[in-house]
Design a protein around this ligand. Sequence first.
Ligand code: SF4
Length: 65
Amino acid sequence: MKLGSDVGKCQGYGNCVAIDEQHFDLDDDGMVVVVQQEVSEGERETTEEAVRSCPVAAIWIEGAR
Ligand code: SF4
């Protein structure tokens, strides 16, 4: 599975980073950066929680929208 993101939507709340720092980080402007695109089956639950935590739907798992 792969992650998708729309940085233009990100409001920099940081929820996703707090839950899943293996996949998400914030850049110097406080906007989300996907640091690892691949999501393994073992990581999926945590990454899905991070995706759900985003109040503006700026991140998603490809094919799961
Ligand atoms: S939770 Fe959403 S709005 Fe907040 S940093 Fe992550 S992608 Fe951006």
